[in-house]
Design a protein around this ligand. Structure first.
Ligand code: BGC
Length: 279
């Protein structure tokens, strides 16, 4: 790996957090910096905060890569959805907006994809040889699918159908808080049917549960009755930053040929492809 260090930045609903990541160890090399998310959180406003974070770490980062997570589908530099973020992210050329603001290339990835690959490389699913689904339970439900170490990006399984409706607004951790559900009610009435469906559609070998609520996992994971082993995430709120940094370095080795400007690109970057191959 050419770059041992990269900057990972995680864009969340309330804070934008960044840290230099040591990719040999899979951990922060320096304390992270957190800046509140601007309102409204448009791509341009967020890019200005991301620049402040990049400037803060400029000396340590040098010409190292920058990976940035967003809570949205990301295909070839474009953000495609906005379930829990400002609607202006839909179909925004977000990577280009960030590149212009920072004056250097960046790699933009889905937040759950970043957390997922980090859990497989250094966390609860370290070196797992099979099919791992990582779910992040927070404001929304993020999901990542990693098969034999290779990330299949943008698997939006938080939005599968449950009781005739989108699962996310029924089962996310924010719903537990909003509806003041006990851990038991949330686990048995919301998470159990959600994870049963997830199993039925994807047949994973391991399910990892991340998101802030995962630190209380002993209150709800033992109540679930599933075919698949289900374990709490290990890297907690560092996973997105660590995974973003790793995916930025990975993109240098495995460039996205469908990105606009790349050789062999499909103009508009509208197609999907696998990325994030380990190695
Ligand atoms: C979005 C996903 C995102 C997840 C967690 C969902 O609403 O559709 O893209 O990964 O929230 O932020």
């Amino acid at each position: 790996m050419k770059h041992r260090y990269a900057l990972g930045i995680d864009i969340g609903g309330s804070g934008i957090k960044g840290a230099i990541v040591d990719l040999k160890k899979g951990e922060f090399a320096l304390d992270r910096l957190r800046i509140p998310t601007p309102r409204p959180a448009t791509p341009e406003a967020v890019a200005a905060v991301v620049k402040q974070i990049a400037d803060h770490f400029a000396k340590e980062l040098g010409d190292g890569p920058i990976g940035i997570t967003v809570p949205a589908v990301v295909t070839h530099g474009y953000t495609r959805s906005a379930a829990n973020i400002d609607p202006t992210w839909v179909d925004a050329p977000a990577e280009e907006i960030f590149r212009t603001a920072l004056g250097r290339p960046i790699t933009l990835v889905n937040d759950a994809d970043a957390a997922g690959i980090a859990e497989v490389l250094w966390g609860a699913a370290k070196d797992h040889p099979g099919l791992v689904i990582v779910t992040t339970l927070g404001t929304g439900i993020g999901t990542a699918m990693i098969h034999k170490g290779t990330l299949i990006p943008n698997i939006e399984l938080g939005h599968i159908e449950m009781f005739g409706k989108d699962a996310e607004p029924q089962a996310a951790a924010s719903v537990k808080d909003r509806e003041e559900l006990s851990y038991e009610t949330w686990a048995t009435e919301r998470l159990q049917p959600y994870y049963e469906r997830l199993e039925f559609y994807t047949w994973p070998d391991l399910i990892v549960v991340g998101g802030g609520v995962s630190k209380e996992s002993d209150q709800f994971l033992p109540l679930l009755n599933l075919k698949t082993p289900i374990v709490p995430a290990k890297l907690r709120n560092q996973a997105g930053i660590i995974g973003a940094a790793w995916l930025a370095v990975d993109e240098l080795a495995n460039p996205d040929a469908l990105k606009e400007g790349a050789s062999g690109s499909a103009k508009g970057g509208k197609k999907k492809s696998g990325k994030g191959k380990k190695g």
